[in-house]
Write a protein that binds this ligand. Structure first.
Ligand code: PLP
Length: 392
């Protein structure tokens, strides 16, 4: 049979880069004894009352489809959680339960962004926004959250980047990868800008309950004109990464579109996992307080170690990441991360994986054990000293 060249596949995903963290993970996985500080996954098990509730439900055998937007009983509990924790006044039909936080954010982007729309995203940022915009054919417009400003953006710069084609501003507080928490006044200015230019604002609040100090503020708690889309997850708060339950809150019209997107790609979140999420919301808060206490202790440990070595960039106030300055290695962050795995068997996430403004920084995950953090950071400092003595 004569072979003809196949038609080109869709350009968006085909041309998008793979995750820059994954590259390091792949090397770490084949490096025996490697200390893993690059992955953002709690090292705690899911609290047992959540696991038990899921098991009990599974044993009924009545594990059926739910409404696409999620079990009504779960969404009712989410209404209470959003009111209690986030001071957001939401109705059940303004909530969609999604496959992780990522599923809710992706569905919101599909519901809002048309090809050619400009979308403002932080730099550095969680890499998945870029991937989503690749298939949505949105035009990415990064705004700097530079290390020199404690990883906070300048609202004036964001406003200058807005054009008649701007549709959406994405913010992420507490932030992965920087640990920055946007203060209330900054959020108020950003919302005021979004209102004045009539653009949507997607607030990724997947770390809303992983606060190391200060307060978390949800923009939708003080702006209810329908332009804010707020995204959350059970993954981080309850050490439930593998259960894949998140949720997205938006006005009724946007929520209805989100439901159609979810209908097309997942029908509903696994019912057992939705039941587990209900148990998480009903259960004691002590396990999550314990985890946050542990992250805080690890943060303090790492702040001290990095500060003593003169490579601390800023003290994280939320999420479970800390950034270290590796400029004295003379390498860019990607080269440094590969060098560190090869020479010291320590894996960190290169700042280059998150955008351009953290090219000389690496992200260390506080979700790793204190022993691994102490050992890994000591080895990293050792390597920085070796490399800087070679380059001088
Ligand atoms: N948003 C940010 C900033 C994240 O770091 C993550 C996960 O790492 C997510 C969203 C998605 O969370 P999930 O694992 O629930 O999909």
């Amino acid at each position: 049979m004569a072979t003809v060249p196949l038609l080109p596949i869709a350009s968006g995903p085909a041309e998008a880069a793979h995750s820059g963290i994954r590259e390091v993970v792949n090397v770490a996985l084949v490096t025996p004894g490697c200390v893993r500080l690059e992955v953002g996954e709690p090292n705690f098990p899911t609290p047992s009352h959540i696991v038990d509730a899921a098991g009990e439900f599974a044993r009924t055998g009545l594990v059926k489809y739910t409404a696409t937007a999620g079990l009504l009983s779960l969404r009712e509990r989410l209404v209470a959680k959003l009111s209690r924790i986030n001071h957001i006044d939401a109705k059940v039909d303004e909530i969609n339960v999604s496959v992780g936080g990522v599923g809710g954010i992706a569905a919101a982007i599909a519901a809002l962004v048309e090809p050619g729309d400009q979308v403002l995203i932080p730099d550095p940022a969680w890499p998945n926004y870029r991937l989503m915009l690749a298939w949505a054919h949105g035009e990415l417009v990064p705004y700097a959250c530079p290390p020199s400003a404690g990883f906070l953006p300048d609202p004036g710069e964001i406003e200058r980047l807005i054009s008649p084609r701007t549709k959406l501003l994405i913010i992420n507080s507490p932030c992965n990868p920087t640990g920055a928490v946007f203060p209330r006044e900054l959020l108020e200015r950003l919302v005021e800008i979004a209102v004045r230019h009539n653009i949507y604002l997607l607030s990724d609040e997947c770390y809303d309950q992983v606060m190391l100090e200060g307060e978390h503020v949800s923009p939708a708690s003080f702006c209810d004109d329908g332009r804010i889309v707020s995204c959350f997850t059970f993954s981080k708060t309850y050490a439930m990464t593998g259960w894949r339950v998140g949720y997205v809150v938006a006005n009724r019209m946007v929520s209805d579109s989100i439901t159609k997107v979810l209908e097309s790609n997942s029908s509903c979140v696994a019912t057992i996992c939705q039941k587990a999420a209900e148990a998480a919301l009903d259960g004691p808060t002590e396990p999550l307080n314990e985890m946050v206490r542990a992250y805080r202790e690890r943060r303090d440990l790492c702040v001290n170690l990095l500060e003593q070595a003169g490579i601390l960039i800023s003290r994280p106030r939320g999420a479970f990441y800390i950034m270290a300055d590796v400029s004295r290695s003379g390498l860019d962050a990607r080269e440094f991360a590969f060098d560190l795995v090869r020479n010291k068997k320590v894996a960190v996430a290169p700042g280059t994986a998150f955008g351009d403004s953290a090219r000389e920084a690496v992200r260390i995950s506080l979700a790793s054990s204190p022993e691994d953090l102490s050992h890994g950071i000591a080895k990293m400092i050792e390597r920085l000293d070796e490399l800087s003595s070679i380059s001088t």
